[in-house]
Design a protein around this ligand. Structure first.
Ligand SMILES: [Zn+2]
Ligand SMILES: [Zn+2]
Length: 149
């Protein structure tokens, strides 16, 4: 049976699903992806079979060869697509927008001409949970809520 995956923007306005056949996760380090996501790299999942948008994203033409879907309400970057992709729906979705991102592990680095090496292996850095950080828990408590996962 084919596994299906789902995802959404932060506010939930834009939702999508896709068939996992051949889907692979990777990091793109190109400057376009750094700008588009605000991160040191873009974590993306290539979806060869294409994505079904349950509600339509907005699109930004980020270069003469590619465009990027995003939520017009909350601004979540939802991925990347070449203008001449294999199909109209062919897209790489943003890893963090998946409902269960932990189901994918990265398989490659791309755009390595702009890689920030010091961000690749951060496993030795100190770690702190949000729910163990008083300045965070106090603010959530003032909002009458628990710290979300
Ligand atoms: Zn949204
Ligand atoms: Zn890129």
């Amino acid at each position: 049976m084919t596994e299906s995956y789902t995802g959404a923007c932060q506010c939930g306005r834009v939702r999508y699903h896709f068939n996992a056949d051949g889907a692979q996760a990777y990091l793109c380090h190109c400057r376009k992806c750094q700008r588009a996501t605000g991160g040191f790299a873009a974590a993306l999942v290539t979806v060869p079979g294409g994505v079904v948008w349950e509600s339509q994203p907005a699109w930004y033409q980020s270069s003469p060869i590619a465009r990027r879907p995003f939520c017009p309400d909350c601004g979540t970057p939802l991925g990347f697509a070449y203008d001449d992709g294999a199909s109209e729906s062919a897209v790489d979705v943003s890893y963090g927008s998946l409902d269960e991102p932990e189901r994918f592990a990265p398989t490659a680095h791309f755009g390595t001409e702009s890689i920030h090496e010091c961000w690749i292996d951060t496993s030795a850095l100190p770690r702190q949970r949000s729910d163990a950080t008083q300045s965070v828990t106090r603010r959530w408590a003032a909002a009458g809520l628990e710290v979300p996962e």
